[in-house]
Ligand binder design. Sequence first.
Ligand code: PLP
Length: 452
Amino acid sequence: MAQAVTSSQRDLDLQHLWHGNMQHRGLEARPPLEIAGADGCYVVDADGRRYLDAMAGLFCVNVGYGRRAIVDAVTAQMGQLAYYPLTQSHGPAARLAARLAGMLPRGLSRVFFSNSGSEAVETALKMARQCARRKHPGQNRYKIIARHRGYHGFTMGAASATGQSPRKMAFEPLVPGFLHVPPPDHYRCSFCSSQPACTLTCADEIERVIRMEGPETVAAVIAEPVIGGGGIFPAPEGYLERVRAVCDRYGALLIIDEVITGFGRTGKLFGFEHAGIRPDILTFAKGLTSAYLPLGATVASEEIFESFYDDGESDAKFAQVSTFGGHPSSCAAALANLDILTGERLWENAAATGGYLFEKLRGIDSRWIGEIRGRGLLIGLEIIADANKTPLPEARMVQLQRAIREAGVLVGRNNDSVPGYCNVLILSPPLILSREQADTIVSAIQAALAKL
Ligand SMILES: Cc1ncc(COP(=O)(O)O)c(C=O)c1O
């Protein structure tokens, strides 16, 4: 139940909170929504106004809000063991690690817990570098290849892997050794937008870069199965398979960042399953607990783990420790969340309702829509100003997003991510979305576009 907002609450926010990626000047006139309660696919603001949350928070409340079973599991865990670090062990972390291993392809079975997606990625990058040094003594394998428009997090390593300059420029110089190649963006691709389908030249670029840099300097390639915050670019058919083959050819590890795509969002449990490949390292956060509590996980293959295993002559270990990583309450939340996800087979609803939503969006007759792309319940609408595909300017994107919000639906957009191309509306609702709710999203977008 939403609690009434007091003006002092808003004042406290304005006086003391520092919001990320937000210009605070003028915030008094347009304060952020103050969310006071939530249930299912809906959030309620402090004035009692209800919104359909078509972003599931920030791509994360996969099972929807208000799930009592998760709250009860966390409460029970808090009562039994509020905290212990993984410098020793505890049941919730061990059970969750085993549960994840059971959901993944054979051999992807070593789990390192942290607190967020950025930390999960940071861990993967460090694991890859240390592993490369152990597996290839005498070589200097430290470089990481990532894609422009990809997002991997805010910490220095994860930001270095990120391919969005506005998210990085202010903090440069970042971590050395990160290289970027073009993303699979068929709509605007300089290799193949004139062809009917992606020619996978962007995947071949990874091989070209590895050869030019020297394979003995490359530790890993990192990729999201669907680029998310950067504007929704699903890996086209054959793309991840080709990247996997390139990694194998040159001895580079393949890190698949499933922070958004993991746990059902794309219509399968994991995004990489669409390609049928086996990554070397996976990163998870968001949907792992449906954001009921913070938790990140980095899953490595047994081969990687074994490269750290002490052979009796060296004291090999992964040189990292996390105070809160694998917190018992977060692991309990994750276990209860996975019970719901698998019990209700929510990836199937993501595929079915996602397909329905996609078709309905395609039915909108609007000159502002350049392209609609996505997978499952992760969909982007590229908004253009004219027939030359000129991106709608960001100020007008803000207007559009606000008009949709006025209609009672919260959608995302790739704000401040790619200079000149922050023109993608993003939908990533809870995986419990119904067809009626999908219709509501479509109507709100359609009406806002008509008024643009
Ligand atoms: C693909 C991907 N990786 C990593 C992150 C970072 O996660 P967090 O915000 O939990 O640090 C995000 C966040 O949106 C993401 O989309």
